[in-house]
Design a protein around this ligand. Structure first.
Ligand code: CO8
Length: 257
């Protein structure tokens, strides 16, 4: 069976890391399959939002597989382009991604979640970047994305001690959007995805691109980018439909065109 389950339903793509016996740790195969599924997600017009989760309730993902992936990284340390690329290494996935997190979300697992735009966690979630306790630093975006999401002093504490935080602390510092009972994690993520799917998808993608690219630019350049993306939105059929539906007092029917 695939170590990453990938399915599509009603405009939503579901990615489930399926190695519960190893707390869904990321071995090379999962990384490869996640990268391939992400490429399909990006190119398939029928899916508008992605949800990433882990099989079972005990872990979203306990990080890179310490027995397989870390030795691979050591052997290939001068050939990082050999490592399969997923959304954590790509800056061109403009469809929204939601992480639905139960239990442990550690190391490379938290980096997978940080590569998502929205994080919903269960009350049993424990999050952290324990890499320094192994003699490493987070190598899949953790040192870069965490301080862009939470205050630097909190990121420093997590990065330098490797200590785990619980769901409420993650919510308090702004690392996650919501804390819900464990059985509500996937329903809450689906509700969020459905709510995004009610909006015009090309506009949503433009908003994500403006938000993420703009964050790295001087304000003046960011405002220019926003202007250009908005000009693009006004050229879409969905913009015609959205404004027409408002005037006609009906729900819009968006087509991602
Ligand atoms: N890798 C491999 N196997 C794991 C991992 C892991 N990360 N985490 C857990 N497992 C396995 C255990 O070995 C165990 O297997 P077995 O039953 O065969 O011995 C099984 O999962 C269950 O785990 P535990 O018995 O340890 O369960 P506990 O509830 O006692 O403990 C913990 C849970 C606290 C989560 C504990 O398992 C743990 O500390 N795991 C390691 C967490 C960690 O350090 N993660 C960071 C890894 S490094 C990383 O992610 C770097 C990413 C860099 C990416 C770079 C890309 C370019």
């Amino acid at each position: 069976m695939a170590e990453l389950e990938y399915r599509k339903e009603d405009k939503i793509a579901f990615f489930t890391i399926n190695r519960p016996e190893a707390l869904n740790a990321l071995n090379i195969q999962v990384n490869r399959e996640l990268g391939e599924a992400m490429a399909d997600f990006q190119n398939d017009d029928s899916v508008w939002v992605g949800i990433i989760t882990g099989a079972g309730d005990k872990a979203f993902c306990a990080g890179a597989d310490i027995k397989e992936t870390l030795p691979y990284l050591k052997e290939n340390s001068q050939k990082m382009w050999n490592f399969p690329r997923s959304h954590t290494r790509r800056m061109d996935i403009w469809k929204p991604l939601i992480a639905a997190i139960k239990g442990f979300c550690l190391g490379g697992g938290l980096e997978v979640a940080l590569g998502c735009d929205i994080r919903i966690v269960g009350e049993n979630a424990r999050l952290g970047l324990p890499e320094v306790t192994l003699g490493l630093i987070p190598g899949d975006g953790g040192t870069q994305r965490l301080p862009r999401v939470i205050p630097t002093c909190k990121a420093a504490e997590m990065l330098f001690t490797g200590k785990l935080i619980d769901a409420q602390e993650a919510y308090r510092i702004g690392l996650v959007n919501a804390v819900v009972p464990v059985e509500q994690v996937m329903p809450a993520a689906i509700e969020m995805a459905q709510s995004i799917c009610k909006a015009a998808p090309l506009a949503v993608r433009a908003a994500k691109q403006a938000m993420l690219r703009g964050r790295e630019m001087p304000l003046d350049d960011g405002l220019r980018l926003e202007y250009m993306l908005n000009a693009y939105c006004t050229s879409t059929e969905d913009f015609e439909e959205g404004t027409k539906a408002f005037v006609e007092k009906r729900k819009p029917s968006f087509k991602a065109k």
